[in-house]
Design a protein around this ligand. Structure first.
Ligand code: FAD
Length: 497
């Protein structure tokens, strides 16, 4: 019975309660007073005011249809091929081709997911594909790293020149690589040493360096490479460059890495030895880069001058100098500097998508474990009859749903950001989503092995593969520690290390 629609119960009819459900004493059959009923009516009217939208997590018809379409591909094409490509440790080109033929792989497919104003289509489809298999899923979705970098940093002309080439065509599918990490620069991107030097004589960039762990590195045509143009400026001196392997000399794939999981996805080092590319291949354009570098040099010079002044003043008054620095630090710690939200927002935009992939793996392992627990009998009854097993499964379901809610929230905020709105990023919401989903995937897949016992530990069942695949989600796209750092900085406003 609801407060707004009290229906008389059979017993109420004989106990002096009127048809409205409210008795002469002003108390309804459910014990709700007339005053409260009136208030409920007013609240109902308030809720129907224009401008208020109901909160809903329900998917619309189109979202359900596309999710189900991706699920069918995952169930019919990806799943049956998963174990084979994991063993072969090779890129599953036939699966990518099949996905391209039905419109699930390619630039158009990505744009269609991207335009959903709720932001949910992208994580919905990623969850389904990675539910099918994470290694194959990464082969289908790893290209998104490079195309997103072109989209985020490039000009509209660069979008149309390079983004279609990342994917190729259904008859000639391609993958692309995003090369940021280096042997000495993983979590710490400021340590990137790959250099891009402008050669005025030929109007070209010359790139030298080594990239590590690049998904699709060397097998891609389009490589988006993060390099430093002015090492003195740290990350502010870096830029991203499009390097089409088919048009350059000096780009070589290094060792293809043999991995713990995601084995159907190609990961390799990439070497750049005097690789020459046109000046126009810097994302955002050379003029914009020159302006940005000039601004960064000016503010670095101003900072140096201020530090020199402070040092000179501090020579005569050490304690006072320390006090001033302390005060500045405190202001930075408690205030919300202008631009903080904007820079955080940039990082927050895509992390949830990686979280959705992890949820796909977790859900797959949970489903296998649930089925197994219902059918496997020990001590004369299904093992799920024991709370020790049933509670594990309850926790798995709970944690997967909790992670998905965080992913959907971050997806919704990211969509708002792309519409030009300023969502209220406060707690590193994108990082929260990725962190939670990654850790849930590791825990859930491990518990799934436990529930399957000896069978879970063998390659006869898929949960050991899922466990191997899940582990990367606490490492790439920002390790769990780095996500916690982002969240800790966001909630404290302090530069926690
Ligand atoms: C399968 C796979 C695919 C990948 N794909 C790509 C790709 O396509 N493109 C690309 O550029 N890179 C890619 N990477 C690289 C990946 O992003 C890095 O491995 C990741 O960023 C971590 O860097 P690292 O391995 O150097 O670890 P490190 O940065 O050396 O970290 C080692 C440990 O120290 C911790 N740590 C580091 N700094 C701190 C700190 N300040 N506070 C607390 N703890 C800290 C880390 O959390 C981690 O536990 C891929 C890696 C793998 C394995």
């Amino acid at each position: 019975m609801t407060m707004t629609d009290p229906k008389p119960s059979p017993t109420a009819a004989t106990s002096g309660v009127s048809a409205s459900g409210v008795s002469a004493s002003g108390v309804s059959a459910s014990g709700v007073s007339a005053d409260v009923m009136a208030l409920a009516g007013e609240l109902g009217a308030e809720r129907s005011k224009p401008g208020w939208s109901p909160f809903s997590l329900a998917l619309n018809d189109e979202q359900r249809e596309i999710r189900d379409w991706a699920h069918a591909f995952a169930a019919d094409v990806i799943r049956p091929a998963a174990a084979e490509w994991d063993e072969r440790e090779e890129t599953p080109w036939p699966v990518i081709q099949e996905a391209a033929k039905i419109g699930l792989y390619g630039l158009d497919a990505n744009i269609n997911l991207f335009v959903d104003p709720s932001g949910l289509l992208m994580p919905l489809v990623h969850e389904e594909l990675f539910w099918g298999d994470a290694g194959i899923g990464m082969s289908l979705k790893g290209t998104g790293l490079a195309s997103s970098a072109i989209f985020s940093n490039g000009t509209p002309e660069q979008w149309s020149q390079w983004m279609p080439r990342c994917y190729g065509t259904p008859d000639d599918v391609r993958v692309a690589a995003f090369c940021s990490s280096e042997p000495g620069a993983g979590s710490d991107v400021s340590a990137i040493r790959t250099r891009a030097v402008y050669d005025e004589a030929t109007d070209e960039w010359v790139i030298n360096g080594q990239k590590a762990w690049a998904t699709n590195g060397g097998i891609a045509d389009i490589h988006v490479v993060v390099a430093t143009v002015d090492p003195a400026l740290g990350t502010k001196g870096q830029a991203a460059f499009v390097v089409p392997k088919s048009e350059v000399h000096g780009l070589e794939q290094g060792t293809k890495l043999r991995k713990h999981g995601l084995r159907a996805s190609h990961t390799a080092d990439v070497f750049f030895d005097n690789v020459r590319i046109p000046a126009a291949n810097v994302l955002g354009g050379k003029d914009k880069l020159d302006e940005r570098l000039a601004r960064a040099r000016e503010s670095a010079a101003a900072r140096d001058a201020a530090a020199a002044r402070d040092a000179a003043a501090g020579a005569g008054a050490g304690a006072a100098g320390a006090g001033a620095a302390g005060a500045a630090g405190a202001a930075g710690a408690t205030g919300r500097p202008a631009g903080r939200n904007a820079s955080m927002a940039t990082f927050e935009m895509t992390r949830h998508i990686v979280g959705a992939q992890a949820i796909g793996i977790a859900r797959a392992a949970y489903e296998v474990a649930l089925d197994y627990a219902k059918t496997r009998e020990q001590f004369g009854r299904p093992i799920i009859d024991n709370q020790g097993i049933a509670f594990k499964l309850a926790d798995m379901a709970l944690e997967i749903d909790a992670a998905r809610l965080l992913v959907w929230r971050a997806a919704n905020m990211s969509a708002a950001l792309m519409r030009g709105e300023t969502p209220d990023y406060r707690h590193g919401e994108g990082s929260m989503a990725k962190l939670k989903a990654g850790e849930v995937a590791v825990k859930t897949t491990e518990e799934a092995i436990q529930i399957l016992g000896g069978n879970g530990y063998t390659r006869e069942y898929p949960v050991e593969r899922m466990h191997r695949d899940a582990k990367i989600y606490t490492i790439f796209e920002g390790t769990s520690e780095i996500q916690r750092l982002v969240i800790a900085r966001a909630i404290s406003g302090m530069r926690i290390r």
